[in-house]
Design a binder for this molecule. Structure first.
Ligand SMILES: NC(=O)c1ccc[n+]([C@@H]2O[C@H](COP(=O)([O-])OP(=O)(O)OC[C@H]3O[C@@H](n4cnc5c(N)ncnc54)[C@H](O)[C@@H]3O)[C@@H](O)[C@H]2O)c1
Length: 392
């Protein structure tokens, strides 16, 4: 069926939809885009031009915007989105907004397949009550999608095998490895691990223990492509707050963040990169991080919390350590996965870090997952012991 799909739609052209629609065009699809905001549609061309220039600069494409321009058409109303085989939804991270949109999209012919790029909602919940619930699946890109090399492909309770196959095939046709998750949980895998560490980073910033620049310099120094403050700015602080609220609803206090910090920044219009200011000033381009500040933040805290969330993902039977590592490596072009890294650092060391932090601050983000304790208790402490997340 997917072989026949040559025309797709992207609904919502904010941070994600802008890049994803460009990606489709770069890989030869005809794309129709729709956004309820006229400003977003008016700004799309300039944004995509800039993205393609950035890709050219790092040697990731030889194409110019002129080569793909004709492939991207704009719909001024949702009803103009038609004659497509596939629709990718990238609108606001709000269950009601997504449900209402899919209720409209469900009027499209039965053979059209839908995917949601949600980062914190379950596909099953988004599809609830829809006649075409079987034709919706998850297709979650990491940000920036233009650089990420995989998409998490997620089966909701009613998603059909055919839908899953179509989404996987579409991912492959745009050069992204589909990593299929058959258990539909809020945040899937990638975002759970990211949000776990992000939660710890936000608390550390909130307590005034480090500045955004010190945090990011320290994480960059150990090989992160960027730190959490910069990543939050790129994600958008409003989206990050919505995602955090959905995580708290789904998983409880473990993902509780100091919401006041983000709320006051959002009130001041500091949404991150998209508004020109967030933790950093973006008005003159990407922030330049002073690397002499590296070391002011103890990065083992990030790694301990990421490891803890990886254990929760496994305990919840979402997937296995191999897949977690694959998602992190391909999603962030990272040379190493979180489980491999944790095994190399010693799970016992990381568990001690969690215990120390939990004792010091008493907040749930630092409470060790029971499976983490079980592994260390069995002597499965990582590479040196011959067994950790992985067997050596
Ligand atoms: N920002 C990230 O890092 C990231 C990463 C992965 C997934 N996601 C997910 O992708 C989706 C979009 O996120 P984003 O960061 O691009 O958000 P964004 O706020 O940058 O853009 C959302 C766009 O959707 C439009 N929109 C809202 N409601 C709409 C509707 N009913 N119909 C049509 N358009 C509508 C808005 O006008 C806006 O242009 C969310 O589900 C988010 O969770 C975001």
């Amino acid at each position: 069926m997917v072989g026949k799909i040559s025309r797709v739609a992207v609904i919502g052209v904010g941070t994600m939809g802008s890049d994803i629609s460009l990606l489709f065009a770069l890989y030869g699809f005809e794309v129709i885009v729709y956004d309820k905001s006229k400003i977003a549609l008016d700004n799309l061309e300039a944004k995509q031009r800039k993205t393609i220039e950035e890709l050219q600069q790092v040697g990731l494409t030889k194409k110019g915007f002129e080569d793909v321009q004709d492939k991207i058409a704009i719909a001024n109303k949702l009803e103009d989105v038609k004659d497509v085989g596939f629709v990718l939804e990238a609108v606001a991270e709000d269950l009601d907004v997504k449900r209402k949109l899919f209720a409209e999209l469900d009027k499209l012919p039965r053979e059209v397949v839908f995917a949601t790029n949600t980062s914190s909602l379950r596909v099953t919940d988004i599809a609830e009550g829809l006649e075409g619930a079987d034709r919706i699946g998850g297709m979650h890109f990491s940000n920036p999608p233009i650089l990420s090399l995989m998409a998490e492909v997620v089966k909701g309770e009613k998603t059909s095998e055919e839908t899953l196959q179509v989404i996987s095939d579409v991912a492959e046709r745009i050069g992204r490895k589909p990593v299929v998750l058959r258990k539909d949980v809020n945040g899937f895998v990638n975002n759970r691990i990211l949000m776990g560490s992000g939660t710890e980073a936000l608390w550390t910033l909130h307590r005034g223990e480090v500045t955004p620049e010190e945090l990011d310099a320290s994480l960059r120094a150990i090989g992160f492509p960027m730190g959490f403050a910069e990543a939050s700015d790129i994600i958008g602080l409003d989206i990050a707050l919505d995602v955090a609220k959905n995580f708290i609803k789904a998983y409880g206090k473990r993902f509780e963040i100091p919401t006041g910090l983000l709320e006051s920044m959002i009130k001041e219009g500091k949404l991150g990169k998209k508004s020109g200011k967030g933790f950093f000033d973006w008005s003159k381009g990407s922030p330049v991080i002073d690397m002499s500040l590296a070391g002011k933040y103890d990065v083992s805290r990030t790694l301990a919390v990421a490891t803890n969330e990886a254990f929760w993902v496994i305990k919840d039977e979402v997937t296995d350590p191999e897949t977690i590592d694959e998602i992190i490596k391909l999603g962030f072009r990272s040379p190493v996965g979180v489980c491999e890294l944790a095994d190399a650092m010693g799970l016992d060391n990381l568990l001690n870090t969690m215990k120390r932090l939990f004792q010091e601050y008493g907040i749930e983000v630092y409470r060790p997952c029971p499976l983490f304790e079980e592994y260390v208790g069995k002597g499965w402490t990582g590479k040196a012991a011959g067994r950790g997340f992985h067997k050596y």
